[in-house]
Design a protein around this ligand. Structure first.
Ligand SMILES: NS(=O)(=O)c1ccc(C(=O)NCc2cccc(F)c2F)cc1
Ligand SMILES: [Zn+2]
Length: 260
């Protein structure tokens, strides 16, 4: 008939107001409902090994601050768990809120954490560069670690002390000999699901590994994150806060959980 059907079928839990990329079916972040996750006995522990000498610099890219690694060698890698290949660490960054009641991108049974760490790795067995992997199925593996407020995190302080040098968008500072292993929880239990980048271009190339246990850090350390700026030197000061994306519909995905 001439009248186009206005009521196209939408996946049951897709909300019209969700900022869905065109036809996105596996967007991130999501709310992880632990009761709906599937315990998968085949999920082995993650094998994570980082070389602090691969650490190069910190860069304020106007979304977050990235600690970037030399991915020309094979020293800082993650494998095992849900990953078919070994993935090289490219950078890590954080997402946080203006206030303590928001900040993380993923949530656990709707529980929000004040910040979330993302360790971004790319599949160096299947692709030649990070830029190629970012646009490819199984191209990236991002380890997410929740941060909760409590005791000061001694390992993080070296990073916090460098932040004033990258206050403005597009500033960078040399940063070396930092081992990101200090930010991995001692409990290696995790959830895993197929998803996307949480910032543009939101490509659906990410195997997400979300650690079940948070790490702790101090109020002053979170304040240092919040004193960064979205804006370049000379422009209106806009504090870098609330740099997290809204949760996206699960659609037909299953979140798997370890039983370690
Ligand atoms: N928050 S997250 O962990 O999901 C995430 C991880 C990495 C990137 C990224 O590298 N973007 C820059 C970038 C680099 C190369 C090519 C790109 F298209 C691109 F967006 C964005 C989001
Ligand atoms: Zn991120």
């Amino acid at each position: 008939n001439l009248l186009a059907c206005s009521q196209t079928a939408k996946p049951a839990n897709q909300q019209s107001w969700q900022t869905q990329i065109q036809g996105g079916s596996r967007q991130s972040p999501i709310d992880i409902r632990s009761s709906e996750s599937v315990h998968d006995p085949q999920l082995t522990p993650l094998s994570i090994s980082y070389d602090p000498s691969d650490c190069l610099q910190i860069w304020n890219n106007g979304y977050s601050f990235l600690v970037e690694f030399d991915d020309s060698k094979d020293n800082s890698v993650v494998s095992g768990g849900p990953l078919e290949n070994h993935y090289k660490l490219k950078q890590f960054h954080f997402h946080w809120g203006a206030e303590n009641n928001r900040g993380s991108e993923h949530t656990i049974n709707s529980l929000v954490y004040p910040a979330e760490l993302h360790l971004v790795h790319w599949n160096a067995e299947k692709f030649r560069t990070f830029d190629e992997a970012i646009f490819s199925e199984n191209g990236l593996a991002v380890i997410g670690v929740f941060l909760k407020l409590g005791r000061k995190h001694d390992g993080l302080q070296k990073l916090v002390n460098a932040l004033p040098a990258v206050k403005y968008k597009d500033s960078t500072v040399e940063f070396s000999n930092f081992n990101p292993s200090c930010m991995i929880p001692s409990c290696l239990d995790y959830w895993t699901y197929p998803g996307s980048l949480t910032t543009p271009p939101q490509t659906e190339s990410v195997t997400w590994v979300i650690m079940k246990k948070p790490i702790e850090f101090g109020d002053d350390q979170l304040s240092a994150f919040r004193s960064l700026l979205f804006t370049p030197f000379g422009e209106k000061l806009e504090n870098m806060v609330d740099n997290f994306r809204q949760q996206q519909p699960l659609m037909n995905r299953v979140v798997r959980a370890t039983i370690l």
